[in-house]
Design a protein around this ligand. Structure first.
Ligand code: NAP
Ligand code: 3JM
Length: 354
């Protein structure tokens, strides 16, 4: 039952009763918001009323959902009356201000930003890993969606951790520009065109040119010399999977449009063979094993783009230590890394809790 007393709307269709929900997408015109709308449609989420919210810049725009056009409305403090589920992806400061306002109005917020991820009483959820944490939505009316790079790593590592306990993770990421949003997608395209036409590229979104380059900086630097993105991977992994796991990360932006790739090295308490890891991952929820080096088959960003699974391959024993494994993990950062994970959380929420 929704906390607000805002009752779900029941309607009868072709002889059976269906329960629908009033949903708001905050940041609907953005890269994540757009994917959110597509995934709600694809998965046939029981949307009754749909409210699309963005900034004044989007006033007058409309977006399609199930063949119908919906106007984009300006996000305001009174936007959440009667809304039961809010899918937020308009940036951290917007979530900090508006998620508590929405929760107060009785809307359960699934927040895609880093604003609430490390707040102890707010659950941080990857449905394949810790779906039981969703029950804690009651604490503040907010559920946090992890960072994209953390999500795909958790999906791949959870079965291994359950089997042989992971002690330490060393991860390096190769992250797509779509993780930064629609302006960054345009910037990579424009810089690539400019450079191929022997013109000066314009550098606006990133601190340096991203086309034909790799930037070892994602988000801002913090006091310990790491970036905030790197520390998100460290802290979120501990909160989602196990606080005793040691994690160190290097996060790199690469000139790829969609899908983040990761080189992941793990040290485990008990020995596991490559065959053992493959056996576990072949049946792991949300994972697709692509590991056939003889035929040059391994996960690729261009193949993962537009897909729901987390692709894992290049599984090798780390011969430099007793119990070590290397893996290559690739997933669509806007889907499993953001919108799909949020919609999966909302699905569990309505099936089990509301
Ligand atoms: P984007 O393409 O730049 O889109 C930003 C969205 O936020 C747009 O809809 C924009 O509306 C809206 N917005 C900006 N300022 C606003 C305001 N003052 N009031 C209302 N709406 C406002 O960015 P994105 O890639 O979709 O990412 C958005 C956020 O999602 C990020 O900042 C991040 O916190 C989060 N994110 C999370 C993950 C994850 O891994 N979970 C991944 C990517 C992003 P206009 O079009 O009107 O400007
Ligand atoms: C702000 O690829 C990326 O840059 C990560 C996605 C992202 C995030 C996030 O989810 O951690 C982009 C911009 C954030 C944030 O901190 O909310």
């Amino acid at each position: 039952m929704p906390r607000s007393g805002a009752l779900p709307f029941y309607f009868v269709r072709k002889g059976f009763v269906m329960n629908t929900w009033s949903v708001a997408v905050v940041g609907a015109t953005g890269a994540v918001g757009n994917e959110m709308i597509r995934i709600l449609e694809e998965r046939n989420f029981p949307v009754g009323k749909l409210k699309l919210l963005a900034s004044e810049r989007s006033l007058g725009k409309s977006l399609e959902f199930r063949g119908k056009s919906y106007p984009v409305e300006v996000l305001k403090e009174d936007s959440f009356g009667g809304v039961q589920i809010g899918l937020f992806s308009a940036g951290g400061s917007i979530s900090e201000k508006f998620a508590p306002i929405a929760a107060q109005a009785g809307c359960v917020v699934v927040d895609n930003t880093s604003a609430f991820r490390m707040v102890p009483e707010i659950p941080l959820v990857v449905p394949e890993v810790n779906p039981e944490a969703i029950a804690q939505y009651k604490n503040r009316g907010i559920i946090a969606n992890p960072n994209c790079s953390t999500i795909q790593m958790m999906v791949a590592l959870k079965p291994i951790h359950d089997a042989v306990r992971i002690k330490r993770i060393v991860v390096s990421t190769y992250q797509a520009v779509s993780g930064t949003g629609k302006k960054a997608i345009e910037e990579l395209e424009q810089q690539t065109r400019a450079l191929l036409a022997c013109q000066e590229p314009t550098v606006k979104v990133y601190p340096h040119q991203i086309a034909f380059n790799c930037l070892p900086q994602i988000d801002v630097f913090v006091e310990n010399g790491y970036t905030k993105e790197e520390m998100k991977m460290v802290n979120e992994t501990k909160k989602i999977m196990d606080p005793s796991i040691a994690v160190t990360a290097t996060t790199v932006r690469v000139p790829v449009f969609y899908s983040h790739s990761e080189s992941v090295n793990i040290e485990t308490e008990r020995k596991i063979t490559v065959a053992g890891v493959k056996e576990l991952l072949a049946k792991a929820p949300g994972v697709k094993l692509v590991d056939d080096p003889a035929n040059r088959q391994y996960p690729l960003a261009i193949h993962a783009a537009g897909k729901d699974e987390t692709f894992v391959g290049r599984i090798r024993e780390d011969e430099s230590i007793a119990n070590g494994i290397n893996l290559w993990v690739v997933s669509d950062n806007l889907r499993k890394g953001a919108a799909l994970n949020a919609v999966q959380i909302a699905e569990i929420l309505i099936q089990k809790y509301l």
